[in-house]
Structure formats: C-alpha cells, structure tokens
Design a binder for this molecule. Structure first.
Ligand SMILES: *Cc1c(COP(=O)(O)O)cnc(C)c1O
Length: 459
C-alpha cells in the first residue's frame, strides 16, 4: 500500500470556504425535461396551487423549476451542513491493493452523521422551508428508517413537529432506529395504522399485512392534508430531493478538481434515485453540455429492478393512489418487493429525472443479487474499515466488478462511487448472510406483468 499512498491523500477534504453555496439543478441542462407530475383524476399537469395542500410552497417551486441552473443554499442550511459536511472523498487504497487492480477507486462517504446516511442533506432543506412557511410540523413515511431519522434530526434542530409513519415490518425489526427518531422528538407510528382512513382500509383488505412504503406514504399524505399547519415531505424520488442532494456531487467534483483527477465512471445505488442523482448531477451536467464524458452506472437489487426490468410509464407514487402521477421507471405501485435487506432500495419507482436520463441513454443500470452485495460489503468492511449500509453495498459490488475488469485489461480507470451510509442498524441482515440464510429473490416475468397490468391507463 505504501507504493501509492502519497500520490493523493487518503481522504480529500474541502475547506469550509470551498463548500458549494448553491445546489445545481441538472434539469436545466436536460434537452428532454422529465415529464411533469399529473393530477391523478384529470391527467393534467399538476399546478402549484394543487400541490400546496400537500407540499411546502418553496419546495413546490423547486419541484417544478426545470430551468434555473443554480439555486442558492440558504445560510441556515449552509450552517447546518457545516456540522457534518463537507463529507470526505476517500481514495480506497486498501481496496485497490486487495483487488490488485490498476484502477483508482474513490468513494464519497455520506455516513458521517448520526442519521447514518445522505438523507440529512435534503431533510434539513425540507424542514427549513416548512419552518420558513410558518408550519407547525411535517409528516412522512420511512421504510428502513434512515429518512425518518434524518428528518427527525432536522425537525429537532428547527423546532418543528415530525410525524413518521414507519413500515410495520421495519418498526418491529428495527426498534433502535425507532428509538433514535423518538430521541429527536418525532412520533413514530407503525404503518398501516388505524389512525388514517387509508390505513384502516388497507388493514381491512389485507389483515396482518406488514406494510409497504407506498402504503405509509398514503397515510402520511392523508395526515398532512387533514391536519392544519402540516405538510408532507418525501426523502427521495422527487426533483427537489435530487436538487438538495446535488451537494454530494458538487463536493465530489470540487475535491476531484482540486487534485486534477478526472473520473471515468461514477457508480451509485438507486432506490428512489436521490443519492445517485445528487452524486452525478454536476458530472451529468458536463455530459449534457458536451464538455466531458463519463460512464454513469445505477445499481439496483435484483429483487426490485425498477430500471432494468420496469416500464417507463406514468404511475402512482403510493399504494393509496392519492399522490400525483409521475412518469418513471416503475414496477407498478402494487408491486411489493420480496423482503430484501436493502430496505432503502425497495421502492417500486425511480426518480423522473434519472428515468428520463436513462431513457435517453445517458446512463446505465445493473441489477445485482443480494448475497453478492453482502460479499462485497464484507470485503469492503474488512479492508476499508467502514461497515457499509446494505444499500450502499450495491455500489461497492459494482465498483469492485469494474475494478476487476480493469485488472484483466490493465486499464487504469478512475472509479468514483457513492458510499451512502453505515450499516450498524442492519446487523440482522449481516447475521442472515453469515448464517447462510440469505435468499436471492428475483421476481418472475409473470409477477411483473401482473403488476404492470394495474398501471394507470393514460389515454
Ligand atoms: C435511502 C437510502 C438509499 C437509497 O435511496 P436513494 O434515494 O436511491 O438514494 C441508499 N443508501 C442509503 C444509506 C439510504 O439510506
């Protein structure tokens, strides 16, 4: 390892003064803009006033803004970012050595805050705009719990109430995440619950269900729209979330530029697309403007393969079918993925921005089986020290695969991947892996076809 370590520091940090002051809106450079959100009743594009019962006004403006390239980050948010950012860009020297590859591997590590993931970058922004609008609180759903945790932290900081609907299976299996949220003052309700009309209906129709993200979203939206002074916030998929997450990519690019490093490929895991969208934004911008080229690779679980096997179609964002329709790669809002341990990657749809970029051939996607992801996670933990989240480990898996290809060809490619978080709350998954009890569930074509049949008819 000594052979290379002094070329580039092990960790590239930015000075506070080098941190991004504005988010970058990749939509501004897209020739084909992402398709608009549609009203589920009329199929007309949603107008800001229709969205304002659900979302905060300033966030609606960001959601619908396809043109402004840079949106200044308010000073309060910049100050909050300074508590845990800039996040390090790490040169994975030890992993390179272990793989004996000529490739140069870097990862942007977003797990250095108590929420343990990148989700805090958007949570603080969304909570800030809710507070600025004079609201009392926000509602949301959480699956594995990272988003709920991040939002609880942001709300505690700003003095906002936070109501989290947590997918029941996670609520029961991840009591520690739940307690972190309560430590930060959030109320946490297992979903489906008896507290909402949609929850009661789902429970009546499917007694004993352990819930899903789509169902928890419906409950959170119902409470937001029926409680005065509350709005709903969402941790992924939406354009505004990708915008906030662009801070990841902007820092990454600034750190690479500082040392004159040019990435060849950028890899990230994709659940709803927020970390990947944020990481790639400035690079994709260069690609769209014809200034540089990069291979950009989204990695998803084989059990929930939105990009690689989904349809690019308008679909509901939630099970209760109350949210606007979004055009995205989707497995159908009724698709309930098998119990994969990367909870953050179990959403049925994908960011409309990334969906359009993928449809336009500007990025690639691969789907990987769960046990191979955990093999990669364990190798990474042993050589690089960080115990990665199962979600993040999807990116690790493909970064390793690409580095091994370089070993075969002798190419010294520069690989950058997003290490979105840490896996301390996922030890049950690691335990299953160690005990040889982990399954690689892959949906059949028939299952997917059945789900596609329920996609909304758009004529
Ligand atoms: C939520 C989450 C993801 C997936 O969400 P995206 O919106 O696709 O980024 C990935 N990694 C971690 C650690 C997460 O918490």
């Amino acid at each position: 390892m000594t052979k290379k370590i002094n070329e580039i520091p092990y960790k590239i940090y930015l000075e506070e003064s080098e941190m991004p002051k504005a988010w970058y809106n990749v939509r501004s450079d897209m020739k084909t803009k992402p398709a608009p959100l549609l009203n589920p009743g009329t199929h007309e594009p949603m107008k800001p006033e229709e969205l304002s019962a659900v979302f905060c006004d300033e966030l609606i403006a960001q959601e619908l803004d396809n043109d402004t390239p840079y949106i200044p980050i308010p000073e309060e948010i910049l100050n909050f970012y300074k508590m845990y950012r800039p996040s390090p860009l790490v040169r994975a020297y030890c992993l390179e050595e272990k793989l004996d590859t000529p490739a140069k591997i870097y990862y942007k590590f977003e797990g250095n805050n108590t929420s343990g993931s990148h989700k805090l970058n958007s949570a603080i922004a969304q909570a800030y705009y809710a507070k600025k609008q004079g609201l009392k609180g926000v509602t949301t759903e959480t699956g594995a719990g990272q988003w709920g945790t991040a939002l609880s932290m942001a709300c505690a900081y700003l003095g906002l109430d936070c109501k989290v609907f947590m997918v029941k299976v996670s609520y029961e299996q991840k009591p520690f995440r739940r307690e972190v949220m309560r430590t930060y003052g959030a109320s946490v309700t297992p979903s489906p619950s008896m507290e909402t009309a949609i929850g009661r209906k789902i429970l009546a129709d499917h007694p004993g269900t352990t819930g899903s993200l789509g169902c928890a979203i419906s409950e959170a939206v119902e409470v937001a729209t029926s409680t005065e002074g509350y709005r709903y916030v969402l941790g992924s998929v939406l354009n505004q979330v990708l915008l906030h997450q662009s801070v990841i990519g902007l820092e990454t690019k600034a750190a690479l530029d500082k040392y004159g490093i040019k990435a060849d490929m950028i890899i990230g895991c994709a659940g709803g697309g927020s970390n990947l969208g944020g990481l790639i934004s400035p690079f994709m911008g260069e690609k769209l403007r014809g200034e540089a080229d990069y291979r950009i690779i989204a990695v998803e679980p084989r059990s929930c393969p939105s990009f690689t096997r989904g349809r690019f179609a308008y679909d509901f964002c939630d099970t209760g079918m109350v949210c606007p329709l979004a055009k995205m790669y989707t497995l159908g809002s009724n698709f309930i993925p098998a119990p994969n341990h990367a909870g953050g990657l179990r959403y049925h749809g994908m960011s409309p921005v990334l969906s359009q970029l993928y449809a336009d051939g500007l990025m690639e996607a691969v789907a990987v089986p769960q046990t191979e992801v955990f093999e990669a996670a364990e190798l990474f933990a042993r050589v690089e020290g960080i115990l990665p989240a199962p979600e993040s480990s999807h990116a690790i898996k493909v970064a390793i695969d690409e580095a091994l290809k370089c070993k075969e060809t002798g190419e010294e490619k520069t690989i950058v991947f997003g290490l979105t978080g840490t896996g301390y709350f996922d030890m049950v998954a690691y335990e299953k892996f160690h005990d040889g009890k982990m399954e690689n569930y892959i949906p059949t074509d028939e299952e997917l076809e059945e789900s596609f049949r329920l996609l909304p008819k758009m004529d």
